[in-house]
Write a protein that binds this ligand. Structure first.
Ligand SMILES: [Zn+2]
Length: 100
């Protein structure tokens, strides 16, 4: 079974994402894993619904590039979502994980 990335790598990821901190943007559902020499990150990037697709895609590209610069070999998968929308399947998974 794959495990999460090393704590120092996760800290580097968090520092990188913090550079993009903004009232209008939210990163959540951050899941990391490593397999062999590869590291992966899956996450959501929430942004205002009125943003154009071009603006959203440009920001995502910037975030992906920053992550790859900081963590060589990292493969980022960033799902774009409006600020007030959560992905249904992730909600279900979280509900299961959060269950006592
Ligand atoms: Zn989310």
């Amino acid at each position: 079974m794959d495990s999460a990335v090393e704590p120092e790598v996760r800290a580097q990821i968090d520092r990188t994402l913090a550079q993009f901190a903004h009232d209008a943007i939210r990163f959540d559902h951050i899941v990391t894993r490593r397999a062999a020499q590869r590291r992966f990150i899956d996450m959501h990037m929430h942004m205002p619904a009125h943003w154009t697709l071009g603006r959203a895609a440009a920001l995502r590209a910037n975030v992906e590039q920053a992550l790859m610069n900081e963590v060589p070999g990292l493969r980022a998968s960033i799902q774009l979502l409006p600020s007030n929308v959560e992905a249904q399947f992730d909600d279900l998974a979280d509900a299961v994980k959060a269950a006592p």
